[in-house]
Design a protein around this ligand. Sequence first.
Ligand code: SF4
Length: 428
Amino acid sequence: MKFSICNLGCKVNAYESESVASLLEHKGWQRVPFEEEADAALIFTCAVTNTAASKSRKMMHRIRRNYPDAIVAMVGCYAQIDDGMLEDAQIVVGSSHKKSLPDYLDEYLENRKPIRVLDDLRDTPFETLSADGFDSRARAYLKIQDGCNQFCTYCVIPYVRGRERSMAPDLAVKEAKRIAKDYREIVLTGIHTGRYGREHGVSLSELIERILDETPELARIRISSIEITEIDDKLIELMKSSGRIARHLHIPLQAGSDEILSAMGRPYSTQEYYDKIEHIRDELGDVSISCDLITGFPGESDELFDKGMEFVRKCRFSFLHVFPYSPRANTPAAVMKNQIDPRVKKARTNTAMRISSELADEYRSQWTGRIAYVITEETEDGYTKGYTSEYIPVKISGELPHGILAKVRLDRCADQVMYGEVIENETD
Ligand code: SF4
Protein backbone atom coordinates (compact mmCIF):
# COMPACT_ATOMS: atom_id res chain seq x y z
CA MET A 1 0.00 0.00 0.00
CA LYS A 2 1.23 3.49 -0.83
CA PHE A 3 0.77 6.66 1.18
CA SER A 4 1.68 10.31 0.72
CA ILE A 5 1.91 13.09 3.28
CA CYS A 6 1.60 16.84 2.99
CA ASN A 7 2.47 19.13 5.91
CA LEU A 8 0.90 22.61 5.78
CA GLY A 9 1.91 23.98 9.13
CA CYS A 10 4.61 24.68 11.67
CA LYS A 11 7.61 22.70 12.91
CA VAL A 12 5.34 20.84 15.34
CA ASN A 13 3.15 19.75 12.43
CA ALA A 14 6.28 18.75 10.50
CA TYR A 15 7.44 16.60 13.40
CA GLU A 16 4.03 14.95 13.78
CA SER A 17 3.69 14.23 10.06
CA GLU A 18 7.19 12.70 9.94
CA SER A 19 6.35 10.60 13.00
CA VAL A 20 3.16 9.24 11.42
CA ALA A 21 5.11 8.55 8.22
CA SER A 22 7.60 6.49 10.27
CA LEU A 23 4.74 4.52 11.86
CA LEU A 24 3.21 3.73 8.46
CA GLU A 25 6.57 2.68 7.00
CA HIS A 26 7.11 0.38 9.99
CA LYS A 27 3.74 -1.21 9.11
CA GLY A 28 4.93 -1.85 5.54
CA TRP A 29 3.33 1.11 3.79
CA GLN A 30 5.44 2.71 1.05
CA ARG A 31 5.83 6.48 1.02
CA VAL A 32 5.45 8.31 -2.30
CA PRO A 33 5.71 12.05 -3.08
CA PHE A 34 2.45 13.94 -2.43
CA GLU A 35 1.92 14.63 -6.15
CA GLU A 36 1.95 10.92 -6.98
CA GLU A 37 -1.02 8.54 -6.81
CA ALA A 38 -1.32 6.72 -3.47
CA ASP A 39 -3.85 4.54 -1.64
CA ALA A 40 -3.97 7.13 1.13
CA ALA A 41 -3.10 10.84 1.22
CA LEU A 42 -2.61 12.37 4.68
CA ILE A 43 -2.86 16.15 4.92
CA PHE A 44 -1.50 17.71 8.12
CA THR A 45 -3.58 20.85 8.21
CA CYS A 46 -3.03 24.34 9.66
CA ALA A 47 -5.54 26.80 11.08
CA VAL A 48 -3.32 29.72 12.10
CA THR A 49 -4.66 31.96 9.28
CA ASN A 50 -7.62 31.90 6.87
CA THR A 51 -5.15 31.30 4.05
CA ALA A 52 -3.74 28.22 5.79
CA ALA A 53 -7.23 26.84 6.38
CA SER A 54 -8.31 27.34 2.77
CA LYS A 55 -5.03 25.82 1.56
CA SER A 56 -5.83 22.71 3.65
CA ARG A 57 -9.19 22.40 1.91
CA LYS A 58 -7.60 23.00 -1.50
CA MET A 59 -5.19 20.09 -0.94
CA MET A 60 -8.10 17.82 -0.01
CA HIS A 61 -10.07 18.77 -3.15
CA ARG A 62 -6.96 18.37 -5.30
CA ILE A 63 -6.41 14.78 -4.15
CA ARG A 64 -10.13 14.07 -4.50
CA ARG A 65 -10.06 15.42 -8.09
CA ASN A 66 -6.79 13.77 -9.21
CA TYR A 67 -7.08 10.44 -7.36
CA PRO A 68 -10.79 9.75 -6.66
CA ASP A 69 -10.01 6.29 -5.19
CA ALA A 70 -7.46 7.54 -2.67
CA ILE A 71 -8.38 7.69 1.03
CA VAL A 72 -8.03 11.31 2.18
CA ALA A 73 -7.15 11.89 5.84
CA MET A 74 -7.36 15.46 7.15
CA VAL A 75 -5.29 15.80 10.35
CA GLY A 76 -4.50 18.39 12.99
CA CYS A 77 -5.42 21.99 13.72
CA TYR A 78 -7.82 22.84 10.90
CA ALA A 79 -9.43 19.40 11.12
CA GLN A 80 -9.98 20.09 14.84
CA ILE A 81 -12.06 23.19 14.03
CA ASP A 82 -14.69 20.84 12.53
CA ASP A 83 -16.46 23.52 10.45
CA GLY A 84 -18.25 20.97 8.27
CA MET A 85 -16.04 21.72 5.25
CA LEU A 86 -14.22 18.36 5.23
CA GLU A 87 -16.98 16.13 3.90
CA ASP A 88 -14.68 15.00 1.07
CA ALA A 89 -12.31 13.37 3.57
CA GLN A 90 -12.88 9.77 4.65
CA ILE A 91 -10.82 10.23 7.81
CA VAL A 92 -10.73 13.38 9.98
CA VAL A 93 -8.45 13.37 13.03
CA GLY A 94 -8.02 16.54 15.08
CA SER A 95 -5.23 17.39 17.52
CA SER A 96 -5.09 14.08 19.37
CA HIS A 97 -4.85 10.37 18.48
CA LYS A 98 -2.53 11.09 15.51
CA LYS A 99 -0.55 8.02 16.55
CA SER A 100 -3.59 5.89 15.72
CA LEU A 101 -3.74 7.02 12.09
CA PRO A 102 -2.28 3.72 10.79
CA ASP A 103 -5.07 1.86 12.68
CA TYR A 104 -7.74 4.23 11.35
CA LEU A 105 -6.51 3.53 7.81
CA ASP A 106 -6.75 -0.22 8.45
CA GLU A 107 -10.21 0.24 9.94
CA TYR A 108 -11.39 2.27 6.95
CA LEU A 109 -9.93 -0.23 4.48
CA GLU A 110 -11.89 -2.93 6.28
CA ASN A 111 -15.34 -1.37 6.57
CA ARG A 112 -15.21 1.76 4.36
CA LYS A 113 -17.03 3.83 7.01
CA PRO A 114 -15.97 7.49 7.50
CA ILE A 115 -13.92 8.07 10.66
CA ARG A 116 -14.10 11.28 12.74
CA VAL A 117 -11.89 11.65 15.84
CA LEU A 118 -12.28 15.09 17.42
CA ASP A 119 -11.59 15.25 21.19
CA ASP A 120 -12.60 18.31 23.22
CA LEU A 121 -8.90 18.63 24.19
CA ARG A 122 -9.61 19.70 27.77
CA ASP A 123 -7.72 16.85 29.45
CA THR A 124 -5.79 15.50 26.51
CA PRO A 125 -2.48 13.92 27.59
CA PHE A 126 0.75 14.71 25.72
CA GLU A 127 0.86 12.37 22.71
CA THR A 128 4.39 11.00 22.37
CA LEU A 129 5.36 10.61 18.75
CA SER A 130 8.75 9.62 17.47
CA ALA A 131 10.09 10.56 14.07
CA ASP A 132 12.76 8.50 12.33
CA GLY A 133 13.88 10.94 9.75
CA PHE A 134 13.86 14.49 8.43
CA ASP A 135 14.97 13.71 4.87
CA SER A 136 17.12 16.48 3.49
CA ARG A 137 17.94 18.38 6.59
CA ALA A 138 20.93 18.09 8.85
CA ARG A 139 18.84 19.10 11.83
CA ALA A 140 16.06 17.14 13.44
CA TYR A 141 13.01 18.45 15.27
CA LEU A 142 11.96 17.10 18.64
CA LYS A 143 8.43 18.04 19.74
CA ILE A 144 8.56 18.33 23.54
CA GLN A 145 5.50 20.47 24.24
CA ASP A 146 1.94 20.93 22.97
CA GLY A 147 -1.05 23.22 23.61
CA CYS A 148 -1.30 26.74 25.00
CA ASN A 149 -3.14 28.40 27.90
CA GLN A 150 -2.40 32.02 26.94
CA PHE A 151 -5.35 32.83 24.66
CA CYS A 152 -3.89 35.85 22.85
CA THR A 153 -6.92 37.61 21.39
CA TYR A 154 -6.00 36.92 17.72
CA CYS A 155 -4.97 33.30 18.09
CA VAL A 156 -6.95 30.16 17.33
CA ILE A 157 -4.22 27.78 18.55
CA PRO A 158 -5.41 27.30 22.15
CA TYR A 159 -8.84 26.28 20.75
CA VAL A 160 -7.39 23.72 18.30
CA ARG A 161 -4.38 22.43 20.24
CA GLY A 162 -5.88 22.35 23.74
CA ARG A 163 -4.22 22.95 27.10
CA GLU A 164 -0.45 23.06 27.55
CA ARG A 165 1.23 19.68 28.16
CA SER A 166 4.74 18.29 27.82
CA MET A 167 6.78 15.17 27.06
CA ALA A 168 8.16 13.56 30.23
CA PRO A 169 11.78 14.72 30.72
CA ASP A 170 13.26 11.19 30.81
CA LEU A 171 11.55 10.39 27.51
CA ALA A 172 12.68 13.68 25.98
CA VAL A 173 16.29 12.93 26.91
CA LYS A 174 15.96 9.38 25.56
CA GLU A 175 14.55 10.73 22.28
CA ALA A 176 17.35 13.30 22.05
CA LYS A 177 19.93 10.54 22.49
CA ARG A 178 18.28 8.48 19.77
CA ILE A 179 18.17 11.41 17.34
CA ALA A 180 21.74 12.51 18.16
CA LYS A 181 23.02 9.25 16.65
CA ASP A 182 22.04 10.53 13.18
CA TYR A 183 21.81 14.31 13.50
CA ARG A 184 24.22 17.03 14.61
CA GLU A 185 21.51 19.48 15.61
CA ILE A 186 18.19 19.09 17.41
CA VAL A 187 15.51 21.78 17.30
CA LEU A 188 13.35 21.62 20.43
CA THR A 189 9.87 22.56 19.33
CA GLY A 190 6.38 22.97 20.72
CA ILE A 191 3.35 25.21 20.52
CA HIS A 192 4.48 27.20 23.57
CA THR A 193 7.95 25.76 24.06
CA GLY A 194 8.92 28.06 26.93
CA ARG A 195 6.09 26.55 29.00
CA TYR A 196 7.74 23.13 28.81
CA GLY A 197 7.55 20.82 31.77
CA ARG A 198 5.17 22.60 34.16
CA GLU A 199 3.32 19.40 34.99
CA HIS A 200 6.65 17.57 35.49
CA GLY A 201 8.20 20.27 37.70
CA VAL A 202 11.05 20.69 35.21
CA SER A 203 11.85 23.85 33.21
CA LEU A 204 12.96 24.07 29.60
CA SER A 205 16.47 25.18 30.65
CA GLU A 206 16.73 22.22 33.05
CA LEU A 207 15.75 19.87 30.22
CA ILE A 208 18.32 21.45 27.92
CA GLU A 209 20.99 21.05 30.58
CA ARG A 210 20.18 17.34 30.90
CA ILE A 211 20.24 16.81 27.13
CA LEU A 212 23.62 18.57 26.89
CA ASP A 213 25.02 16.39 29.69
CA GLU A 214 23.67 13.13 28.33
CA THR A 215 24.34 13.61 24.59
CA PRO A 216 27.98 14.70 24.31
CA GLU A 217 27.94 13.75 20.61
CA LEU A 218 25.30 16.36 19.80
CA ALA A 219 26.82 19.49 18.22
CA ARG A 220 23.91 21.85 18.74
CA ILE A 221 20.52 22.34 20.44
CA ARG A 222 18.23 24.99 19.00
CA ILE A 223 14.98 26.33 20.52
CA SER A 224 12.34 26.88 17.80
CA SER A 225 10.85 29.92 19.54
CA ILE A 226 10.42 31.16 23.10
CA GLU A 227 8.32 33.92 24.69
CA ILE A 228 10.16 36.87 26.26
CA THR A 229 8.58 36.08 29.64
CA GLU A 230 9.96 32.55 29.59
CA ILE A 231 13.69 33.18 29.08
CA ASP A 232 15.05 32.53 32.57
CA ASP A 233 18.51 33.31 33.96
CA LYS A 234 19.40 29.62 33.88
CA LEU A 235 18.89 29.51 30.11
CA ILE A 236 21.05 32.61 29.61
CA GLU A 237 23.72 31.09 31.88
CA LEU A 238 23.62 27.83 29.91
CA MET A 239 23.90 29.69 26.59
CA LYS A 240 26.88 31.58 28.02
CA SER A 241 28.71 28.50 29.32
CA SER A 242 27.92 25.95 26.60
CA GLY A 243 28.95 26.43 22.98
CA ARG A 244 26.39 23.77 22.05
CA ILE A 245 23.24 25.89 22.39
CA ALA A 246 22.37 27.81 19.21
CA ARG A 247 23.10 31.50 19.69
CA HIS A 248 19.73 32.41 18.27
CA LEU A 249 16.52 33.24 20.11
CA HIS A 250 13.29 33.65 18.14
CA ILE A 251 11.16 35.72 20.52
CA PRO A 252 7.65 36.62 19.27
CA LEU A 253 6.99 40.36 19.64
CA GLN A 254 3.79 40.56 17.56
CA ALA A 255 3.44 44.36 17.88
CA GLY A 256 5.71 47.33 18.61
CA SER A 257 3.27 49.50 20.58
CA ASP A 258 1.79 48.99 24.05
CA GLU A 259 -1.68 49.87 22.79
CA ILE A 260 -1.71 46.96 20.35
CA LEU A 261 0.14 44.56 22.68
CA SER A 262 -2.56 45.06 25.31
CA ALA A 263 -5.35 44.63 22.70
CA MET A 264 -3.66 41.37 21.72
CA GLY A 265 -3.53 40.22 25.33
CA ARG A 266 0.26 39.84 25.19
CA PRO A 267 1.82 39.58 28.71
CA TYR A 268 4.50 42.25 28.37
CA SER A 269 5.05 45.90 27.41
CA THR A 270 7.48 47.18 24.79
CA GLN A 271 9.73 48.47 27.61
CA GLU A 272 9.78 45.08 29.33
CA TYR A 273 10.52 43.33 26.03
CA TYR A 274 13.31 45.80 25.20
CA ASP A 275 14.88 45.64 28.66
CA LYS A 276 14.97 41.84 28.46
CA ILE A 277 16.60 41.62 25.05
CA GLU A 278 19.18 44.24 26.10
CA HIS A 279 19.89 42.14 29.20
CA ILE A 280 20.31 39.07 26.97
CA ARG A 281 22.74 41.04 24.78
CA ASP A 282 24.69 42.26 27.82
CA GLU A 283 25.16 38.60 28.79
CA LEU A 284 25.53 36.96 25.38
CA GLY A 285 26.97 39.69 23.14
CA ASP A 286 25.93 39.55 19.47
CA VAL A 287 23.49 36.68 19.85
CA SER A 288 20.90 36.61 17.05
CA ILE A 289 17.44 37.75 18.16
CA SER A 290 14.56 37.53 15.70
CA CYS A 291 10.83 37.88 16.17
CA ASP A 292 7.31 37.32 14.85
CA LEU A 293 5.33 40.45 14.01
CA ILE A 294 1.67 40.85 13.10
CA THR A 295 0.74 43.82 10.90
CA GLY A 296 -2.71 45.36 10.59
CA PHE A 297 -4.16 44.27 13.92
CA PRO A 298 -7.55 45.92 14.62
CA GLY A 299 -7.09 49.46 15.89
CA GLU A 300 -3.55 49.80 14.46
CA SER A 301 -3.55 53.40 13.23
CA ASP A 302 -0.81 54.76 10.95
CA GLU A 303 0.79 56.37 14.02
CA LEU A 304 0.80 53.10 15.97
CA PHE A 305 2.22 51.24 12.98
CA ASP A 306 5.02 53.81 12.56
CA LYS A 307 5.71 53.67 16.30
CA GLY A 308 5.92 49.89 15.99
CA MET A 309 8.42 50.03 13.14
CA GLU A 310 10.54 52.48 15.12
CA PHE A 311 10.54 50.01 18.02
CA VAL A 312 11.49 47.13 15.72
CA ARG A 313 14.47 49.09 14.42
CA LYS A 314 15.46 49.99 18.00
CA CYS A 315 15.48 46.27 18.88
CA ARG A 316 18.00 45.53 16.09
CA PHE A 317 16.47 42.16 15.25
CA SER A 318 18.41 39.81 12.95
CA PHE A 319 15.20 39.22 10.92
CA LEU A 320 11.44 39.34 11.31
CA HIS A 321 8.73 36.84 10.44
CA VAL A 322 5.90 39.11 9.32
CA PHE A 323 2.24 38.03 9.24
CA PRO A 324 -0.68 40.20 8.13
CA TYR A 325 -3.42 39.95 10.76
CA SER A 326 -5.94 37.24 9.78
CA PRO A 327 -9.27 37.35 11.67
CA ARG A 328 -9.98 33.84 13.00
CA ALA A 329 -13.57 32.85 13.82
CA ASN A 330 -14.40 32.65 17.56
CA THR A 331 -11.37 34.71 18.61
CA PRO A 332 -11.97 38.03 20.44
CA ALA A 333 -9.94 40.07 17.93
CA ALA A 334 -12.11 38.92 15.01
CA VAL A 335 -15.04 40.95 16.36
CA MET A 336 -13.01 43.98 17.44
CA LYS A 337 -13.87 47.39 15.95
CA ASN A 338 -11.44 49.18 13.59
CA GLN A 339 -10.55 46.18 11.43
CA ILE A 340 -7.84 47.30 8.99
CA ASP A 341 -8.41 47.53 5.22
CA PRO A 342 -6.65 44.60 3.47
CA ARG A 343 -4.78 47.00 1.14
CA VAL A 344 -3.40 48.89 4.14
CA LYS A 345 -2.48 45.57 5.78
CA LYS A 346 -0.62 44.53 2.62
CA ALA A 347 1.26 47.81 2.43
CA ARG A 348 2.28 47.54 6.09
CA THR A 349 3.39 43.92 5.60
CA ASN A 350 5.59 45.03 2.69
CA THR A 351 7.07 47.84 4.79
CA ALA A 352 7.83 45.48 7.68
CA MET A 353 9.41 42.93 5.33
CA ARG A 354 11.59 45.63 3.81
CA ILE A 355 12.72 46.63 7.30
CA SER A 356 13.36 42.95 8.05
CA SER A 357 15.76 42.58 5.13
CA GLU A 358 17.55 45.82 6.07
CA LEU A 359 17.98 44.54 9.63
CA ALA A 360 19.10 41.11 8.34
CA ASP A 361 21.74 42.76 6.15
CA GLU A 362 22.95 44.84 9.11
CA TYR A 363 23.18 41.82 11.39
CA ARG A 364 24.81 39.49 8.84
CA SER A 365 27.36 42.00 7.59
CA GLN A 366 28.70 42.23 11.17
CA TRP A 367 29.95 38.69 10.62
CA THR A 368 32.13 39.48 7.61
CA GLY A 369 35.67 38.28 8.26
CA ARG A 370 34.67 36.31 11.35
CA ILE A 371 34.68 32.59 12.17
CA ALA A 372 31.43 30.66 12.49
CA TYR A 373 30.42 27.01 12.90
CA VAL A 374 28.11 25.67 10.21
CA ILE A 375 26.26 22.35 10.09
CA THR A 376 26.41 21.33 6.46
CA GLU A 377 23.32 20.49 4.40
CA GLU A 378 22.90 19.98 0.67
CA THR A 379 25.41 21.08 -1.99
CA GLU A 380 24.48 23.29 -4.94
CA ASP A 381 26.54 24.79 -7.79
CA GLY A 382 29.86 23.95 -6.13
CA TYR A 383 28.80 25.32 -2.74
CA THR A 384 27.75 23.56 0.47
CA LYS A 385 24.78 25.19 2.21
CA GLY A 386 24.15 25.33 5.92
CA TYR A 387 23.36 27.53 8.91
CA THR A 388 25.51 29.04 11.62
CA SER A 389 24.64 28.87 15.31
CA GLU A 390 23.07 32.33 14.84
CA TYR A 391 20.84 30.89 12.08
CA ILE A 392 22.67 32.80 9.36
CA PRO A 393 22.39 31.02 6.00
CA VAL A 394 25.85 30.26 4.62
CA LYS A 395 27.28 29.00 1.33
CA ILE A 396 30.71 27.40 1.80
CA SER A 397 32.97 27.02 -1.23
CA GLY A 398 33.34 23.38 -2.21
CA GLU A 399 31.30 20.23 -1.67
CA LEU A 400 31.46 19.00 1.94
CA PRO A 401 29.81 15.89 3.40
CA HIS A 402 26.22 16.31 4.62
CA GLY A 403 25.53 16.82 8.30
CA ILE A 404 28.99 17.70 9.63
CA LEU A 405 30.14 20.64 11.74
CA ALA A 406 32.48 22.89 9.75
CA LYS A 407 34.57 25.82 10.99
CA VAL A 408 34.14 28.56 8.39
CA ARG A 409 35.60 32.03 7.82
CA LEU A 410 32.75 34.22 6.57
CA ASP A 411 34.08 36.47 3.81
CA ARG A 412 31.14 38.36 2.34
CA CYS A 413 27.37 38.83 2.44
CA ALA A 414 25.31 38.79 -0.75
CA ASP A 415 21.53 38.53 -1.06
CA GLN A 416 21.25 37.89 2.67
CA VAL A 417 23.57 34.83 2.43
CA MET A 418 27.07 34.72 3.87
CA TYR A 419 29.79 33.20 1.66
CA GLY A 420 32.80 31.59 3.26
CA GLU A 421 35.76 29.23 3.17
CA VAL A 422 36.09 26.14 5.32
CA ILE A 423 38.99 26.29 7.78
CA GLU A 424 38.50 22.82 9.21
CA ASN A 425 35.73 20.26 9.56
CA GLU A 426 34.94 17.10 11.51
CA THR A 427 36.18 14.74 8.82
CA ASP A 428 39.65 16.34 8.67
S1 SF4 B 1 1.16 32.17 23.05
FE1 SF4 B 1 -0.47 33.32 22.05
S2 SF4 B 1 0.16 33.33 19.91
FE2 SF4 B 1 1.30 31.70 20.89
S3 SF4 B 1 0.10 29.83 20.57
FE3 SF4 B 1 -0.46 30.72 22.56
S4 SF4 B 1 -2.25 31.98 22.16
FE4 SF4 B 1 -1.23 31.60 20.19
